[in-house]
Design a protein around this ligand. Structure first.
Ligand code: NAD
Length: 478
C-alpha cells in the first residue's frame, strides 16, 4: 500500500475526484489516502497561499499528491497554488500526453499522440519583474544549466521508458542565443547519450505552427516553461478536448498529478463533469508508483468506455455517441469494463521496466570568469542618442569608454538610424579602451561619476567571459 495525499478542490473537483477514486478502488490500486483541504475555502479564510502549513507537512511526508482543480479567487493578492506547489516541491517536469481518440472524440488530427514535456520552474515564470523607467518594465528570464539538464534528461528517459521514438526540442535560440541557446546546447549534449532515440530541434514559431497543423509529425516535445505552457494547451485542445487531458508534475522527491482543466464552477454539483482529465492524472500517478498493471487495466477500460460511446456532455455528439452520462455513471461504465480492451482504439501495454535514470545534478568545476565590460541602464527622457552619448562620454574615466548605446536592444549609437523608435530606457555599454579586463572598482567609479553628473542609472549588468567566451548578447545591428 502506498499512502498518498489527495485534495478534492473546488467546483467540479469533489465530483471528479470521487469518480476517480471509485475507479482506482475497483481496479485494485494499492493506495491509501490522506485528504487535505486546498483552494477557495482556505483562500477565503485569509490564507493567501490557499494551503495550510500543516497540509504541506502531509504532502511532503507522502511525496505523491493527487489534486483536483481549485478556484483561485480573483484579485486580493491570492497566489496560484499550482505555481507555489511546483516551485516549493521542486516539480521541475510537467508531462502532458495529448492523444486523439478519433472517431469517438471529434478532432481534425486523428493520428495525434504527442507528449509535451515542459520545464516547470524557470524561464519568465520566476516572476521577477521590475519597472525601471516611466515607460519600461522588465521581467527576468532565468535559465539554468541544472534546470535544462534535468528537464532534457527527463524527456529522453521518458521516451526510453515509454517506448517513444523521437524527442523534439523547441526553442527560440536564433534570438535568445544565451538562454534558449543553453537549452538547445544541453539538448544536443544529452541527446547523444540516447542513440536509439531520434532527436531534432525546431525554432518554436515554425515548430508550433507545424504542431498545430501536423501533430502526427511529433512524438515527445521538450521545451521551456512559457512555450510549453502555451503549446501544451494548444496540443490538448487540438487532440479533442482540454477536459480529457491529465498532467504530471515530477520532482526529484515529490510529484503532483492533476487534470489540466480548471474547477468549471458553472458545472459544479450537477453530476455532469467529465472525470477523464483527473483520471488520466491518476493513471500517470500509478505508473509513477510502479503500479503499471493497474494503470494499464484502467486505461484500457477507459478507452473501451469512450469507444462504446458512453460520453459525458462535453464530448457527446449525436450520431457518434451512444449514451450521454453524468460523472458517476461514466465512472461506473469504466468500472464495468475493467479487464476489457478497446478494439478500434489502440489498447495500451504498460510493462514494468527499469526505473528512469534521473541522477541528481552534479555541479561541474567552475569556469574561468573574467569581467570585460559593463552595461549601464539609464532612465533618460530625451530622444537623441547622440545627445545622450555626449553626456555619457563625460563619465569615461579609469580606462573605460562608451562603446555602444542601445534602446530596447537595437543599437542607436554610434551610427543609429533616425527612424528607430526610442523609449526612455537606454543601455550604455562600457569597455576598457585597451580591451583589457576590468574590476568591480571600475564599475563603482563609473556609478559614482554618473551620480555626480545627474545620470539616472536604473541598473547595471556585468559583461563576463566564461572560459574565454563572451557570455552576453551583442546589440542588434552591432
Ligand atoms: P475551466 O477549465 O474550469 O473551464 C473551461 C471550460 O471547460 C468551461 O466551459 C467548463 O465548463 C469546461 N470544462 C472544464 N473541465 C471540464 C470537465 N471536466 N468536464 C466538462 N467540462 C469541463 O477554466 P476556467 O473557467 O478558466 O477556470 C475556472 C477556475 O478554475 C478559475 O478559478 C481558475 O483559476 C481555476 N483553474 C484551476 C486550475 C487548477 O487547479 N489546476 C487550472 C485552470 C484553472
Amino acid at each position: 500500500m502506498t499512502r498518498i495525499t489527495i485534495a478534492k478542490g473546488d467546483g467540479i473537483g469533489p465530483e471528479i475526484m470521487d469518480a476517480t477514486l471509485a475507479v482506482l478502488k475497483a481496479a485494485g490500486a494499492a493506495l491509501e489516502y490522506d485528504e487535505i483541504e486546498v483552494g477557495e475555502k482556505v483562500y477565503l479564510s485569509g490564507n493567501t497561499s490557499g494551503i495550510a502549513a500543516s497540509s504541506w507537512d502531509i504532502i511532503r511526508r507522502n511525496k505523491v499528491f493527487l489534486k483536483a482543480p481549485i478556484t483561485t479567487p480573483q484579485g486580493g493578492g491570492y497566489k496560484s497554488l499550482n505555481v507555489t506547489t511546483r516551485k516549493f516541491l521542486g516539480l521541475y517536469s510537467n508531462v502532458r500526453p495529448c492523444l486523439s481518440l478519433s472517431p469517438y472524440v471529434a478532432t481534425k488530427h486523428p493520428q495525434m499522440d504527442v507528449v509535451i514535456i515542459r520545464e516547470n520552474e524557470e524561464d519568465l515564470y520566476a516572476g521577477i519583474e521590475h519597472q525601471q523607467t516611466d515607460e519600461v518594465i522588465q521581467c527576468l528570464k532565468l535559465i539554468s544549466r541544472p534546470g535544462c539538464e534535468k528537464i532534457v534528461r527527463y524527456a529522453f528517459e521518458y521516451a526510453r521508458a515509454f517506448g517513444r521514438k523521437k524527442v523534439t526540442c523547441f526553442t527560440k535560440d536564433n534570438i535568445m542565443k544565451q538562454t534558449d541557446g543553453l537549452f538547445h546546447k544541453v539538448f544536443d549534449e544529452i541527446a547523444v547519450e540516447y542513440p536509439e532515440i531520434e532527436n531534432e530541434h525546431w525554432i518554436i514559431d515554425i515548430g508550433a505552427a507545424k504542431l498545430a497543423d501536423t501533430p502526427e509529425a511529433f512524438d515527445v516535445i521538450v521545451t521551456l516553461n512559457l512555450y510549453g505552457d502555451v503549446l501544451s494547451d494548444v496540443a490538448a485542445q487540438i487532440a479533442g478536448s482540454v477536459g480529457m487531458a491529465g498532467s504530471a508534475n515530477i520532482g526529484e522527491s515529490c510529484a503532483m498529478f492533476e487534470a489540466i482543466h480548471g474547477s468549471a464552477p458553472r458545472r459544479a454539483g450537477q453530476d455532469v463533469a467529465n472525470p477523464s482529465g483527473l483520471l488520466q492524472g491518476a493513471i500517470m500517478m500509478l505508473q509513477h508508483l510502479g503500479q503499471n498493471a493497474i494503470a494499464e487495466k484502467i486505461q484500457n477500460a477507459w478507452l473501451k468506455t469512450i469507444e462504446d460511446g458512453i460520453h459525458t456532455y462535453d464530448i457527446f455528439k449525436e450520431g457518434v455517441s451512444a449514451q450521454k452520462v453524468g460523472t458517476q455513471a461514466f465512472a461506473e461504465a469504466i468500472i464495468a469494463r475493467l479487464g476489457q480492451k478497446p478494439s478500434v482504439l489502440k489498447a495500451v501495454e504498460y510493462r514494468d521496466g527499469a526505473p528512469m535514470n534521473l541522477p541528481s545534478y552534479k555541479r561541474p568545476a567552475p569556469q574561468v570568469k573574467t569581467l570585460h565590460g559593463v552595461d549601464l541602464f539609464v532612465h533618460w527622457a530625451g530622444t537623441s542618442a547622440d545627445t545622450l552619448a555626449e553626456s555619457i562620454q563625460k563619465l569615461n574615466d579609469g580606462g573605460l569608454q562608451l562603446s555602444m548605446i542601445t534602446n530596447r536592444g537595437i543599437k542607436v549609437w554610434p551610427e543609429g538610424f533616425a527612424e528607430t523608435f526610442c523609449t526612455d530606457h537606454w543601455r550604455c555599454r562600457f569597455k576598457m579602451k585597451d580591451g583589457s579586463e576590468l574590476s568591480k572598482a571600475h564599475i563603482i567609479g563609473l556609478l559614482q561619476q554618473a551620480e555626480a553628473h545627474g545620470i539616472d542609472v536604473v541598473k547595471t549588468e556585468n559583461l563576463y567571459h566564461f572560459d574565454g567566451t563572451p557570455a552576453y548578447s551583442l546589440g542588434q545591428g552591432q
